[in-house]
Design a protein around this ligand. Structure first.
Ligand code: ZN
Length: 57
């Protein structure tokens, strides 16, 4: 396994656990959050930028 590029992030034992944590968050806090597998072999939660579907003035 490689060293984690984001050691400051929380780690989860599986995607299912990370997904459950996201589900328990208040709706406004979990917008855009998703679990992903890091190259360190563990699961982190990242926030996707919410831009693509938005039309700016
Ligand atoms: Zn990592």
């Amino acid at each position: 396994m490689s060293a984690c590029p984001r050691p400051d992030k929380d780690v989860f034992p599986s995607r299912a656990v990370a997904a459950a944590v996201i589900t328990k968050m208040p709706r406004h806090k979990r917008v855009g959050l998703m679990p992903y597998r890091c190259r360190c072999g563990q699961i982190h939660i990242v926030r996707r930028p919410l831009v693509a579907w938005r039309s700016e003035p």
